[in-house]
Design a protein. Structure first.
Length: 446
C-alpha cells in the first residue's frame, strides 16, 4: 500500500478550467499590450511623418503662388536647403546617405552620450523634393525636458490615460473570466452532485440536462451502469434466497440421519467415522451460514458464543490432521500460558482458523507447521524443508485465505500474511479489541 504522502494529487475541474482560462486571458492581455505599444509607437512616427509631409506639400502650393516664399518655419520646426545647414549636433551622428527622400529619419542624441540630461535633443528629419526639383530638409526638434512641447505633453497625457484603460481592461477580463468559469464549471458541478446522490431508490427519476453533450453522455452511461449493478444485485439476492433453502436441505438431511445412526450400536471404528461425519456436516452447515451471511450486506452474523480459544484451535488441528496423512509434515502447537475465552461467532471463527490451518497443511509438502497463540493473536507458519532455504517462489493463497480476508474485513478483525524466504508463509490473525477477552476461571484458580 502506498503511503499518503505518495498519493497522487487531485484537482477540481472548476479550478482547472478557471486557471487555464485565466492563463489564456493573461497571455492574450500581454500580447495585446505588446501589439498596442508597438502600434502606438509606430503610429506616433506615422503622425509625425504625415505632419512634416503636409508642411512640405503646403510649401509647394505656396511656391506656386509666391516663388519667393520663405522656407517653412514655426514652433520647433525649421527647413534647410542642404545637409551642411543642419545643426552640428545632428550632423555628428548622421550622413547624407542616411536621409531618404519622403522617409522620416529619427535620432535621439541620448543614445550617443553617457550623460542623460533633458537638454539632449530628439531630431526628426523629413527630406522632401519640391515640384521645381529642389530638395529641402524639414527638421523638427524636441527636448525631453521641454514642458511646453505639445508633442511630449500629449505623450504624457497618453501615458496617464493608459492607467485607467489598463484597469478597465483588467475588470472586463475578470468579469469575463468569472462568466466563462461559471458557465463551464457549473454543469460539471451539477453532474458531480447528481452522481453523488444517485442510488437505486431514485433510478426511476429522469436524468437532468447538464447543458453539454459530453456531460449528458457521461450521466446516461453512469445511470446505465448503476441500473445494471442494481439489477445484478437483485439477481444475486434472489439467488442467495433460493440457494439458502436448497443448500440447507441436504445438510439438514445428513444431520438427521447422523443422529439416527448415533442411536444404533456402533463399534469403535464406526464411531470414529460417525464423529468425523458429524463434525464435517457441522462445519459445512457453519460454512454455508457464513457464506450466505457474506452475500447479504449489513446482515447480522448470528449468535455470539463464549469460546475457549486454545481448545478451539486444538480441535481444528485434530479435525484437519487427515491432510497431513502420508506426508512428512509435523504440526507443533504452542498455546498461550494463560487460557482465554473470547466472545464471537463460532461459525466465522471456525472458518478463519480452519482455513488458516488447512492452507498451511495443504501447502507444506515436507516440513513443519507451527501454530502459536499469544493472547488472542494466532500465528500460523509453515516451514518447507524440501527447499533447503533456496525456494523463493511464494506459495499460493487459494480461496481459503481470500475468504479469511473477507470475513476479517467484514468483522474488523486483524489479519496479515508474510511470505517467508523458504517459500512458506506466516499468517497472523487477531480478533482485535472488539472481541471480549477474559481468563477462564478454572485455570485462573489453578
Amino acid at each position: 500500500m502506498s503511503s499518503p504522502c505518495c498519493a497522487p494529487k487531485t484537482r477540481s475541474f472548476s479550478r482547472f478550467v478557471r486557471n487555464y482560462v485565466l492563463l489564456g486571458l493573461i497571455i492574450t492581455l500581454v500580447l495585446y499590450t505588446a501589439v498596442l505599444n508597438f502600434y502606438m509607437l509606430y503610429g506616433k512616427w506615422m503622425v509625425a511623418a504625415f505632419q512634416l509631409q503636409l508642411i512640405a506639400e503646403q510649401y509647394d502650393d505656396q511656391l506656386l503662388r509666391d516663388p519667393n516664399a520663405p522656407l517653412p518655419k514655426g514652433f520647433n520646426i525649421e527647413s534647410f536647403e542642404n545637409f551642411d545647414q543642419l545643426p552640428a549636433e545632428l550632423r555628428a551622428h548622421v550622413t547624407p546617405d542616411d536621409l531618404e527622400t519622403g522617409e522620416l529619419f529619427y535620432i535621439n542624441t541620448d543614445q550617443y552620450t553617457d550623460q542623460k540630461t533633458p537638454e539632449n535633443p530628439i531630431f526628426l528629419v523629413f527630406p522632401h523634393q519640391l515640384a521645381d526639383g529642389r530638395n529641402i530638409l524639414i527638421l523638427q526638434t524636441y527636448h525631453v525636458g521641454d514642458g511646453d512641447s505639445v508633442f511630449f505633453e500629449r505623450l504624457h497625457n497618453l501615458a496617464w490615460l493608459s492607467v485607467p484603460f489598463a484597469l478597465i481592461v483588467i475588470c472586463i477580463f475578470a468579469w469575463f473570466l468569472w462568466i466563462i468559469g461559471k458557465r463551464l464549471t457549473k454543469p460539471s458541478e451539477d453532474l458531480q452532485s447528481w452522481a453523488n446522490n444517485l442510488t437505486a431508490d431514485n433510478l426511476g427519476a429522469p436524468i437532468p440536462d447538464f447543458g453539454f453533450e459530453e456531460l449528458n453522455d457521461v450521466a446516461h452511461e453512469l445511470h446505465r451502469s448503476v441500473d445494471q449493478i442494481d439489477k445484478f444485485v437483485a439477481r444475486e439476492r434472489e439467488f442467495l434466497r433460493q440457494a439458502s433453502h436448497e443448500l440447507r436441505t441436504p445438510v439438514t438431511i445428513v444431520s438427521g440421519n447422523v443422529e439416527l445412526l448415533e442411536k444404533s450400536p456402533l463399534n469403535v471404528t464406526q464411531s470414529r467415522v460417525m464423529a468425523r461425519i458429524k463434525r464435517a456436516n457441522r462445519n459445512m452447515q457453519q460454512l454455508l451460514e457464513t457464506l450466505l451471511w457474506l452475500g447479504r450486506e449489513n446482515a447480522p452474523l448470528g449468535e455470539t458464543e463464549h469460546i475457549h480459544f486454545s481448545s478451539f484451535i486444538e480441535q481444528e488441528i485434530s479435525d484437519l490432521s487427515y491432510l497431513t496423512e502420508g506426508k512428512h509434515v509435523t504440526c507443533h502447537f504452542v498455546p498461550d500460558s494463560r487460557e482465554t475465552e473470547i466472545a464471537t461467532s463460532r461459525a466465522a471463527l471456525m472458518i478463519v482458523v480452519s482455513n488458516l490451518i488447512r492452507n498451511a497443511f495443504q501447502h507444506t509438502p515436507k516440513g513443519q507447521v507451527t501454530i502459536t497463540l499469544t493472547g488472542t493473536e494466532l500465528t500460523v507458519e509453515n516451514t518447507i524443508s524440501t527447499c533447503n532455504g533456496q525456494c523463493t517462489t511464494p506459495q499460493g493463497e487459494g480461496i481459503g485465505l481470500q475468504l479469511v480476508r473477507r470475513i476479517c474485513q467484514r468483522l474488523d478483525w486483524h489479519c496479515t500474511s508474510t511470505h517467508l524466504p523458504n517459500g512458506g508463509m506466516s499468517v497472523s490473525f487477531d480478533p482485535g479489541a472488539r472481541t471480549l477477552v477474559k481468563p477462564t476461571p478454572e485455570l485462573v484458580e489453578s
